[in-house]
Write a protein that binds this ligand. Structure first.
Ligand code: NAD
Ligand code: ZN
Ligand code: ZN
Length: 233
């Protein structure tokens, strides 16, 4: 299932040789000491090579990082297994669809009574899974679409909207898998970026009031590498 991203080409930009002393801790991927060869590289000429990631400086066997990259969804990004720093641009597998938003001037969310409301609408239709999906060639269903999220039209809410737009463009908003709620396989589900789908009531627990929602959603987006830095570009 190689989608054309060679591990060396992707990772090369994010790792560099260890010039200082090797970490005294073990490689967090294979659990061998960095002075010992990687458990993934028996007999491999590079089995001893240790590298560090450029931003966070965490050290691993080069072969271990490559092995990790190849064992998970391949895009042009990698996440440090020790501290979760994201390198490159993480993309997801959300199938094709649309994201729209509009302001509802007369809708006031509990806890944000003095603000209008931004209503975000996602439309995704059923289709056939591609090579990046769990069951290529099988159909996927789409329950509950169009799905809507409600955000207070305050400064932080508008910033959240912009970040959501980046996440949608990067195919991170939904994924294909088994729904926790319904148990249905091969269906489109939310992907770890929470939305408030109830503007007035709170039957599902995904409603207002929730004074922490805006902060939490920004943190969830950051866990996917979507931060305010992305808005400047
Ligand atoms: P899931 O059950 O696999 O869970 C994935 C994530 O979505 C979890 O983080 C969960 O906390 C969150 N989630 C679950 N129910 C949610 C809800 N009602 N609103 C917002 N977030 C929710 O996710 P799924 O299968 O995508 O969705 C769960 C169920 O919610 C499905 O049955 C779906 O049809 C339904 N739903 C309906 C609408 C609608 O407008 N009719 C909107 C959203 C979700
Ligand atoms: Zn290792
Ligand atoms: Zn790190």
């Amino acid at each position: 299932k190689d989608k054309g991203n060679s591990g060396e080409a992707v990772l090369g930009a994010f790792m560099e040789p260890v010039t200082e002393a090797l970490d005294s801790t073990d490689c967090a991927i294979c659990c061998e000491h960095l002075s010992e060869p990687s458990s993934y590289g028996e007999g491999h000429p590079e089995a001893h090579v240790a590298i560090k990631l450029t931003k966070c400086g965490h050290q691993f066997h080069k072969l271990c990082l490559l092995q990790m990259y190849h064992s998970i969804h391949k895009d042009a990004s990698v996440q440090c297994p020790s501290c979760k720093t994201i390198y490159g641009e993480k993309t997801g597998i959300c199938p094709p669809g649309n994201m729209h938003w509009r302001i509802c001037p007369d809708l006031h969310l509990p806890g944000y009574e003095n603000y209008s409301t931004i209503m975000v609408t996602y439309s995704i239709s059923p289709g056939v899974q591609g090579p990046e999906h769990p069951q290529p060639g099988a159909r996927y269903s789409t329950r509950g679409f169009p799905r809507r999220g409600f955000i207070p039209d305050c400064d932080q809410g508008r910033k959240l909207l912009k970040l959501l737009m980046v996440a949608f463009r990067r195919r991170l908003m939904f994924t294909i898998g088994t729904s926790y709620t319904t148990g249905e396989p091969n269906t489109v589900t939310w992907n770890e970026i929470h939305h408030k789908t109830e503007p007035v009531s709170n039957h599902s627990g995904h409603g207002y009031p929730d004074p922490n929602y805006l902060d939490n959603a920004v943190l969830e987006l950051a866990a996917h590498g979507v931060t305010e830095d992305c808005l400047a570009q």
